[in-house]
Design a protein around this ligand. Structure first.
Ligand code: AMP
Length: 557
């Protein structure tokens, strides 16, 4: 039945209008490539976003056209975030750290007509630019460095908007139309495009601010350390726009010193970053005691990979603020679950609370979950494992122009996440592994995530990855690859002793190797595929060298 409530479309320009009328004086602070700090307000920034949209319209950009960005996190990038969807076009964020072959594929597949690129990234952009036949205009943000030249056809961003009339953003938009798109990192195959609608962006923006998630308030100062090309900076630019939250953007400077300086000087209250970023920040903070006052921080949000209990504790000890563990995917906009404690768990002892906060948490409102294995849907008993399936208004229903990926969606409309989980009776999700990372030893599953989280609690361990390595007898066995903290020592035996009270004997990694650094994906996750390749012949090599693979430890008995 229609006509009972207003037919009010959930669209990005509705958020823009709200911020213009209510939050025009709120600040947006960012670091520019030369290290300087730039300050503006929502009022000024949104006027520039309107002029950008006016200029793009004059260039011939129509509703539905893809406008790509190849940029760091800064105020001009935010202008594109707000201006492009509001004129009905589609913001298409390109991941600046991908290989030029992947970038050429992604930009061509999306059909990007315009690319807005940071001058400091022109060198990388030129490596794939000529392979994208759809590009008609290139708009350059900032002055090119001395060793980089723009082409005569390239347009300077500031000149473009200086001469443009503001777009009225008044064209009626359908909430179901495309507003933005991101490609998955494609670690297991070709990158796949996820297209976000106006409706999904607005509902997701609401979700981040909901009371039991509580990561965006009008009174906050929010800093997205997560790049704006990773799942729309976890939706933070839109949520901040909706709430009227002051934003701080770190630009290209993601080193711990620059991040800590911004956290302290801008009195940041909520910051969003993957665990590897926080590891580096904590390490630097410890080496410079008293140098940074981060007492304004009320929450450090983290996800993308599992957040170990040691990191949750470490955040509180150093910053006096909790780390909030989030789970999500590019396909889920990305917020899927959040490990806040229920009222009942808030009464539990400290160890129980920590264990729950280290889980991936409760599905957020409007996101439904279930898990399935070969026997069917798994019971919510905290032990049965299955692949997590999700559905909700900000979960992708398909990949862009990729009919071959239809098997990632069930016939009854759920998305198959590829994450192997248990769900406890309260509904808390615990990720055991990415399906492709699960270790199968002697017919039983070993969780690399659980072993990595436990290793991270050892005082000498900075980072650890555990991968399944083919084994002649047990199918696969876990091998741990560990980066030690500067000046700390540990041995394979001392680490195994450290793990042994918490795990069955056959879970303990037979081999523990020490390295200087772990390979990472472009979004800061450990690149397990590379480690698996590197260690693929580990046991054959052991056998060839007549080393005795520690069979006693490998026994699943
Ligand atoms: P992406 O789309 O690149 O953000 O990757 C999504 C994947 O990252 C998920 O399917 C998970 O495997 C992993 N992931 C995200 N958040 C977490 C988390 N809190 N704990 C463990 N894995 C996570």
């Amino acid at each position: 039945m229609r006509g009972l409530m207003m037919d009010y479309q959930l669209t990005v320009p509705s958020l823009v209008r709200r911020a213009e009328t209510l939050h025009a004086r709120k600040e947006i602070v960012d670091r520019q490539p030369d290290g300087s700090i730039h300050r503006t307000t929502y009022g000024v920034l949104l006027n520039r976003a309107r002029r950008l949209a006016g200029a793009l319209q004059a260039l011939g950009v129509h509703p539905g056209d893809r406008v790509a960005t190849f940029c760091w996190n800064h105020h001009q990038h935010l202008e594109v975030y707000y201006g492009v969807p509001s004129m009905g076009a589609v913001l298409h964020t390109l991941n600046i750290r991908l290989h030029p072959d992947d970038l050429a594929f992604i930009a061509q597949h999306a059909g990007a007509r315009v690319v807005i690129v940071d001058a400091v990234l022109l060198g990388v952009f030129e490596k794939f630019r000529d392979r994208v036949s759809t590009i008609e205009h290139v708009i350059v943000v900032g002055a090119p460095p001395a060793d980089t030249a723009t082409r005569p056809v390239d347009i300077d961003y500031e000149t473009l908007i200086a001469g443009a009339s503001p777009h009225d953003f008044d064209a009626p938009l359908d909430e179901w139309q495309a507003a933005a798109m991101c490609y998955t990192s494609g670690t297991t195959g070709k990158p796949r495009g996820v297209v976000y609608t106006h409706r999904s962006i607005v509902l997701h923006a609401l979700g981040l601010g909901l009371a039991d998630i509580d990561l965006m308030r009008e009174s906050d100062t929010a800093m997205a350390i997560v790049p704006m090309y990773h799942a729309n900076a976890w939706g933070t630019p839109y949520s901040a726009l909706m709430c009227g939250t002051k934003q701080v953007l770190p630009g290209p400077r993601l080193d711990p010193a620059s991040l800590l300086e911004l956290l302290a000087s801008e009195r940041v209250t909520v910051a969003f970053g993957v665990p590897t970023v926080w590891t580096a920040v904590f390490e630097f903070f410890d080496r410079h005691p008293g140098a940074y006052d981060v007492s304004a921080l009320r929450a450090a949000a983290s996800g993308g990979t599992a957040v170990p209990p040691a990191m949750l504790r470490g955040c509180e000890q150093r910053f006096g603020a909790p780390m909030i563990h989030l789970w999500g995917m590019t396909e889920t906009s990305p917020l899927g679950s959040c490990a806040r404690l229920t009222e009942e768990l808030q009464q539990a002892d400290a160890d129980t609370q920590l264990a729950y906060r280290a889980m991936q948490g409760w599905p957020v409102p409007l996101i439904e979950i279930r898990a399935r294995n070969d026997a069917g849907l798994v019971p919510w008993d905290a032990t049965s494992m299955g692949e997590l399936e999700v559905r909700g208004p900000w979960v992708a229903a398909s990949y862009y122009n990729a009919p071959e990926t239809a098997d990632r969606f069930t016939d009854d409309g759920w998305f198959l996440t590829g994450d192997i989980v248990t769900i406890d009776p309260r509904g808390y999700i615990r990720i055991v592994d990415r399906a492709k990372d699960v270790i199968k030893s002697g017919g039983e599953w070993v969780s690399s995530v659980a072993l990595e989280s436990a290793l991270a609690a050892h005082p000498a361990v900075l980072e650890a990855a555990v991968v399944g390595v083919p084994h002649p007898h047990w199918d696969e066995r876990p091998v741990a690859i560990v980066v030690r903290r500067e000046g700390r020592t540990c041995t394979p035996d001392s680490l195994r002793d450290f793990l042994s009270p918490s795990f069955p004997k056959w879970w303990l990694p037979d081999a523990i190797e020490f390295v200087d650094a772990l390979p990472k994906t472009t979004t800061g996750k450990i690149l397990k595929r590379a480690l698996r390749d590197e260690y693929a012949t580990y046991y054959t090599r052991c056998a060839a060298a007549a080393l005795v693979a520690p069979a006693a430890r490998a026994s699943p008995a």
